[in-house]
Design a binder for this molecule. Structure first.
Ligand SMILES: [Zn+2]
Length: 390
């Protein structure tokens, strides 16, 4: 909102400068006097509308001014940008195309107008038209900007080979490191091959992903998926186990799948031990779930969940305790651990919140220390605010 207002204020300034410049060239002024005389009138009318906060009328007046005085290139850009910001892409396109249609436009201004036009198309969702304008700009000084935009377009349209090519170009231009992105593009491509039933091509794409980003987790996960599709659970498991070596935090994401594979291969004992080691180093509820799945003994499952709850005060673990309903164990330790986990989770929900400014206080107060309002706190704690009748 503020930004838009800023733009509107920039308009008359730009225009005033342009008008002043044209006044200085008196020779030309006299020659084209017929056209020029109208421009300042439309201009001041626009300014007047602007000052009386009638933005739409102001814009109409400025458009009239642009038509009356076609030499105001900067006003074209200002108007075009304003339209784009307001979401009026059709008008923005028309302004920039109008500018590009001029034969006398200098090359630098022409490229600038092309960039603006490409942005209009992109924002309007006309990706193919944006793509062709940006492609034309890759041989101009706007190359890095054009390539970055093309990359976004290819991502949206899922044209992964082209995205890989563009990301490589950007990297060679010194625009930063694109290894992580390129690895994901190869993974997306592998998924496309997999869906089309071309497993060797998928495998090859995953190899390329690993080359692009040796620490990438996703290629290993997708390799496991390919192995499962080829009915090779052992190879799938080996691929998933490799994730613990490169980024152990991510083991949680594949833990349940691993538990299933351990079971399928008749390695539940070994699997449970391996997962418990991971759980100790990189605690995560999904690892706990995987361990619970491989544990047949009910009281052992209860102890595992309780141990996790006591160590991490996790509400998710508390929920797992409730799942172990038929536990033979005395409920007291579980009750304590549940209370602690709830206390942690309730911390922000038992404060009082100022209705005027949102400031939260632990104790009820009649005078808000943040906004200085009196009696702005409803007499309910935040969790119970909905209990107050409207
Ligand atoms: Zn307040």
């Amino acid at each position: 909102m503020e930004f838009e207002l800023w733009w509107l204020l920039a308009l008359p300034i730009t225009f005033a400068l342009g008008w002043l410049a044209s006044r200085l060239d008196l020779q030309q002024w006299r020659r084209e006097g017929e056209i020029r005389r109208d421009a300042p009138v439309a201009y001041f009318r626009g300014l007047n509308f602007l000052l009386s906060e009638q933005q739409d009328k102001a814009i109409d007046a400025f458009i009239e001014a642009v038509t009356a005085d076609p030499n105001t290139v900067d006003l074209h850009f200002a108007l075009g940008n304003l339209f784009r910001r307001r979401g009026e892409y059709e008008r923005a396109v028309r302004v920039h195309q109008n500018l590009l249609s001029r034969a006398d436009l200098p090359a630098a201004e022409r490229q600038r107008a092309q960039v603006a036009l490409a942005q209009d198309f992109f924002k309007a969702g006309l990706l193919d038209r944006a793509e062709s304008v940006y492609t034309a700009l890759t041989t101009t000084p706007y190359q890095p900007e054009a390539l970055a935009a093309l990359l976004q377009i290819h991502e949206r349209t899922k044209e992964w080979p082209r995205a890989i090519d563009i990301a490589g170009q950007l990297e060679r231009l010194g625009a930063g490191s694109y290894g992580r992105q390129i690895a994901h593009y190869w993974c997306e491509l592998a998924l496309q091959h997999q869906q089309a039933g071309d497993l060797p091509a998928a495998q090859d794409a995953l190899d390329r992903a690993m080359q692009a980003q040796p620490q990438a987790v996703r290629p290993w996960q997708l390799r496991a998926a390919l192995a499962i599709q080829s009915h090779d659970p052992q190879r799938a498991l080996d691929n998933l186990r490799h994730i613990a070596q490169i980024q152990p935090d991510f083991t949680a994401l594949v833990a349940l799948e691993m538990a299933r594979l351990f079971q399928e291969l008749g390695q539940s004992e070994e699997g449970r031990a391996w997962l418990i080691t991971q759980l100790q180093g990189y605690p995560a509820i999904d690892l706990l779930d995987a361990v619970l799945q491989l544990e047949n003994d009910a009281s052992e499952r209860y102890h595992l969940a309780l141990g996790y709850l006591q160590t991490h005060q996790s509400l998710l673990a508390a929920r797992r305790i409730l799942d172990q309903a038929s536990s033979p164990i005395s409920p007291e330790p579980a009750r304590l651990a549940l209370a602690q986990a709830l206390d942690g989770a309730m911390k922000s929900r038992q404060r009082y919140r100022c209705a005027a400014c949102g400031f939260e206080a632990r104790n009820y107060t009649w005078h808000c220390p943040a906004c200085q309002g009196w009696e702005t706190y409803p007499p309910r704690r935040t969790e119970e605010l909905q209990l107050i009748a409207p």
